[in-house]
Design a protein around this ligand. Structure first.
Ligand code: HEC
Ligand code: HEC
Ligand code: HEC
Ligand code: HEC
Ligand code: HEC
Ligand code: HEC
Length: 425
């Protein structure tokens, strides 16, 4: 029943998402986020369709929020549409039970649901969204960076609200200004015609992006191109049909990551980013992560590894979306390899595919400290997880793995997924 509800909600959400395309890969109509005079009510978007244009603060007509935003701050403005009580294609905050987790209504998009922050500030990026009760981290400076206090840390510290970065030409060259009119979003491959100009993956801020609300941060303007990746059109859904067999891993949402993600994260976490596997074994002083952090010999482990104690997989059939890597090829190659609609994939590790920050972390939040993708603090990572049969907290644990039947597929004695690459188990 639970699955039915989620499936129906997801289907409705998709229909809704398509009917309500808003950004279309670039800057949406200004009225979606701004109000010039707090006039109204009505005429706005989303929750503002019937309410006064300026949400959550009863200021008189004529007076608005900073940057003439509809929400009290930039993130609250985004969450007017991106926060909701039901999972839906583009929702990133479940607002059902603020302050705690509601396992049946969480979003399962690749970035992770900010609602996990209710279980502790270590679970993710603590963006400021006053209207939604989200406040700063007690340690607001990004680890690995000293110049940025985290003041004004918000959705638009990472996403360009005006979506100006764009793919041009073959789909890999990027431009910020010029380069032609954006015809639509570039995050999926649907309907893409060669040579068309499309918005950057997830409207991420790239080369030249300086959020005015993020204070005096030396890392801005962003100095690298936005990451290149391509995701399926339906990306926010349960992985309840996840299945590991010797002939393929199925039932997972596969994003084809191509390049640049670690460089993007490095904007704010400079000391965590490495361009290469910098040194021989024993002389590396931080975990490789970047466009040149090649998998080298560990690719053979990745391709053979199915679960603890089982190395019988075949290359091209063992891509586990919980431990992704970057292809370092082209956007077109990622589209071809990740059969984005059927959820089968021939993404295959090779000596030149690379480790990235998102091999281990999520981008928004997760159930685990340091917003890691799996439970790094347990020897047996599935722990007390029992596939929803009984036990307090079980539903939340299932949700932590996006409802994968993990104890069946990996097994109760599955050890850390670091082993997907290192096979030390
Ligand atoms: C998806 C939400 C969204 C939409 C749509 C949007 N904006 Fe903004 N805008 C913001 C946010 C958030 C900020 C504060 C950003 C920052 O920190 O720089 C902002 C800031 C601005 C600023 C001041 C800072 C600057 O960069 O100059 C201007 C001017 C602006 N927007 C104009 C527009 C115009 C014109 C449109 C319509 C063509 C538009 N915006 C559409 C969210 C939006
Ligand atoms: C008026 C409602 C509304 C507001 C406000 C809004 N969004 Fe969206 N957003 C949507 C919808 C609808 C979609 C899905 C369709 C689309 O991509 O246009 C979406 C999609 C997205 C995506 C995925 C785009 C892709 O390439 O797949 C990102 C990223 C995003 N929004 C970021 C933001 C940020 C950041 C803000 C605040 C600055 C914001 N949105 C404000 C409605 C909104
Ligand atoms: C630290 C940077 C960062 C912040 C802050 C951030 N995002 Fe994201 N967001 C990303 C990245 C990176 C992705 C792509 C994740 C992936 O594909 O694995 C993403 C993905 C998304 C998506 C696509 C769905 C998904 O989860 O993959 C939406 C929608 C979105 N973000 C909206 C938002 C909104 C709204 C906020 C603020 C409430 C926000 N983001 C804050 C970096 C960020
Ligand atoms: C615009 C700046 C910015 C970008 C870009 C950014 N981060 Fe962060 N990050 C921060 C700030 C600020 C903090 C500290 C506040 C917090 O933890 O909420 C932080 C904290 C973290 C933490 C520690 C969370 C905790 O509390 O344990 C991790 C892990 C992390 N970031 C990973 C990433 C990854 C992975 C990316 C790329 C997808 C990324 N960051 C991109 C600003 C950024
Ligand atoms: C996507 C693949 C991948 C994942 C996942 C991964 N690693 Fe690595 N790791 C590498 C690569 C590639 C290197 C550098 C080359 C090598 O060691 O062969 C490396 C290097 C290391 C080293 C240094 C080895 C040396 O010889 O100096 C350690 C220790 C390590 N990883 C631990 C971990 C831990 C712990 C995790 C889980 C949190 C993890 N790795 C997850 C790919 C990965
Ligand atoms: C091989 C897996 C792996 C990769 C790749 C990786 N991390 Fe981490 N990261 C971890 C683990 C595990 C932790 C937990 C603490 C530790 O062991 O250092 C962590 C902790 C962090 C923290 C929190 C540090 C603190 O002081 O609390 C930040 C920030 C962070 N990582 C950012 C990044 C960024 C940015 C990248 C990419 C440039 C990245 N990580 C790549 C596994 C990884």
């Amino acid at each position: 029943m639970k699955f039915m509800k989620i499936a129906v909600a997801a289907a409705l959400a998709m229909a809704f998402g398509q009917a309500q395309a808003l950004h279309d890969g670039g800057v949406a109509h200004c009225d979606a986020c701004h109000t010039m005079h707090n006039s109204g009510p009505g005429g706005g978007e989303g929750t503002n369709a019937t309410a006064p244009r300026m949400t959550n603060r009863a200021l008189p007509v004529g007076e608005t929020n900073p940057w003439l935003l509809q929400g009290t701050d930039p993130s609250s403005t985004c969450l007017n549409c991106h926060g909701d009580t039901s999972p839906s294609s583009y929702h990133v905050l479940d607002t059902t039970t603020p302050g705690t987790i509601s396992p049946t209504t969480l979003n399962y998009a690749p970035g992770g649901d900010f609602a996990w922050l209710a279980t502790g500030e270590r679970k993710g990026h603590n963006i400021l969204a006053v209207d939604f009760g989200l406040g700063p981290d007690s340690r607001p400076t990004p680890p690995g960076q000293t110049a940025y206090t985290g003041g004004g840390f918000s959705c638009v510290s990472c996403h360009d609200p005006h979506g100006q970065n764009r793919y041009t030409g073959t789909g890999d060259a990027m431009a910020r200004v010029g380069g032609g009119a954006i015809v639509g979003g570039g995050s999926t491959d649907s309907g893409v015609v060669a040579g068309e100009v499309r918005g950057a993956y997830r409207l991420l801020g790239g080369l030249g992006w300086t959020p005015k609300s993020s204070g005096n941060f030396a890392g801005f303007p962003v100095g690298t191109l936005p990451p290149i990746a391509v995701a399926p059109a339906t990306y926010n859904k349960s992985e309840g049909s996840f299945d590991i067999t010797a002939t393929g891993i199925t039932g997972q949402v596969v994003v084809g990551y191509v390049s640049g993600m670690s460089e993007f994260c490095g904007t704010c976490h400079g000391a965590m980013h490495t361009n290469a596997v910098d040194g021989a074994s024993g002389s590396m002083l931080r975990h490789p992560s970047g466009n040149d952090a090649q998998m080298g010999d560990v690719q053979a482990n990745y391709n053979a590894y199915l679960r603890t104690g089982d190395m019988t997989g075949a290359a091209g059939q063992t891509y586990d979306a919980l431990v992704p890597f970057e292809l370092q090829t082209t956007r077109a190659d990622a589209v071809t390899r990740s059969s984005l609609t059927t959820e089968t994939t021939n993404i295959q590790a090779s000596a030149s595919t690379t480790v990235m920050c998102l091999s281990c972390h999520r981008a928004h939040a997760s159930a685990f400290d340091s917003m890691l993708r799996w439970d790094y603090a347990k020897t047996f990572v599935i722990g007390t997880y029992s596939d929803g049969v009984s036990g307090s907290g079980t539903a939340a644990q299932r949700a932590a793995y996006y409802l994968r039947p993990a104890s069946q597929e990996y097994g109760q004695y599955q050890r850390s997924l670091c082993n997907k690459c290192h096979a030390k188990d």
